[in-house]
Write a protein that binds this ligand. Structure first.
Ligand SMILES: O=C(O)[C@H](O)[C@@H](O)[C@@H](O)[C@H](O)CO
Ligand SMILES: [Mg+2]
Length: 382
């Protein structure tokens, strides 16, 4: 079998799908994208396609190594997201050619289901109680919300208290009936992370995500030493080589590689195993579409240290399309009582409605995240 064509479709809300065709008629789908830089990743996919077209799609490892090492420069969000989507599509092809789900090719199920969590509250957390109640009614008991709004490098007590108040409100309303992660979203400086985490201790969030920016990863062990709250990060790390330093330095209780940014199934399977060797949990990051989510689930179903799966149903970013809009059979994502269950379909197990994809790709938005500024006009981390 040989790869014959790579086609990309930028789509609402802010996604990109990649279709890889072969000379035997088997097609694989991937989701290479960096939210807000879709066109850059699209260019990277097509630049890398010369190393994929004409190749045997079964040789995923060799293609991955060629894409990663073949251009001298390597890593980073754009190239690794392009590699991720190509990798996902190649695994989809392999599973379809062999008639088995990808997780069977990775050693089979290590669990019967994986717990999902849902975002609540949006960019500037609001209506948390209503949001959580609505999501509880469809089976979720684990949530994630932004831990704060803009946070100055040195912030005043009012902002700190406002951030803490939302955690206090959730605990006072729901006690320990539900769990919630707080995503600092990289908005918090290292000095303020110490202050905010200390004030949050009494409310016992399930984890604190990206307490500082990935470029400040040396603070993870220092922050972990001052708190009992598990620290999570990983969406802005792009290969084993980013994760190895962080795992060796310690501090992370949960790694959150993104299957569409950190090298795809091939690389994230290895990252999951590296994390397990440090007794670190896995919770793949996935605010994206159905192909990315399917790729995450295959890794969840073969990784003992997988604990939680992010998914984007109802996420505040999904304006113009929802998670399963482009999926022909919504039951591909069997979900009940807040858990996802493995699909028995071959490959990634997602049948994409290509006709709809082609039609909606004609109105693909150039999504951008908001640009936040402090009162003094300086750029704030969003
Ligand atoms: O945890 C999450 O889902 C992420 O922090 C998410 O909010 C961002 O990755 C966003 O998608 C960037 O545009
Ligand atoms: Mg996050």
């Amino acid at each position: 079998m040989k790869v014959t064509k790579l086609t990309t479709y930028r789509l609402p809300p802010r996604w990109m799908f990649l279709k890889i065709e072969t000379d035997e008629g088997i097609v694989g789908w991937g989701e290479p994208v960096i939210e807000g830089r879709a066109r850059s990743v699209e260019a990277a996919v097509h630049e890398l396609s010369e190393y994929v077209i004409g190749q045997d799609p079964a040789r995923i490892n060799d293609i991955w190594q060629t894409l990663y090492r073949g251009g001298f420069y390597r890593g980073g969000p754009i190239l690794m997201s392009a590699i991720s989507g190509i990798d996902q599509a190649l695994w989809d092809i392999k599973g379809k050619a062999l008639g088995v789900p990808v997780y069977q090719l990775l050693g089979g199920l290590v669990r019967d289901k994986i717990k999902a969590y849902s975002w609540v509250g949006g960019d500037r957390p609001a209506e948390l109680i209503d949001g959580i109640n609505k999501l509880r009614s469809i089976g979720f008991d684990t949530f994630k919300l932004n831990g704060c709004e803009e946070m100055g490098i040195i912030e005043n007590a009012r902002q700190i208290d406002a951030a803490v108040a939302q955690a206090a409100l959730i605990r006072s309303e729901f006690g320990n009936e539900i769990e919630f992660g707080l995503d600092f979203h990289g908005r918090v400086s290292a000095p303020m992370a110490k202050v905010l985490i200390k004030e949050l201790e009494p409310y016992r969030p399930l984890f604190i995500e990206e307490p500082v920016l990935a470029e400040q990863a040396e603070y993870y062990p220092r922050l972990a030493a001052q708190t009992h709250i598990p620290i999570a990060a990983g969406e802005r790390m792009f290969s084993r080589f980013d994760f190895k330093r962080v795992l060796a330095d310690g501090g992370l209780a949960i790694v959150q590689p993104d299957l569409s940014h950190a090298g795809g199934i091939t690389e994230c399977f290895k990252i999951a195993s590296m994390a397990e060797s440090y007794d670190v949990a896995l919770a793949p990051h996935c605010p994206l579409g159905p192909i990315a989510l399917a790729a995450c689930l295959h890794i969840d179903f073969v990784s003992r240290n997988a604990v939680l799966q992010e998914q984007s149903m109802g996420i505040h970013y999904n304006q113009g399309a929802e998670l399963l809009d482009y999926v022909i059979n919504k039951d591909d994502f069997k979900m009940s009582d807040g858990y996802f269950y493995p699909s028995n379909k071959p490959g990634l197990g997602v049948d994409i409605n290509e006709e709809l994809v082609i039609e909606r790709s004609k109105m693909a938005p150039d999504w951008r995240n908001p640009l936040w500024r402090y009162p003094d006009g300086a750029i704030a981390e969003w």
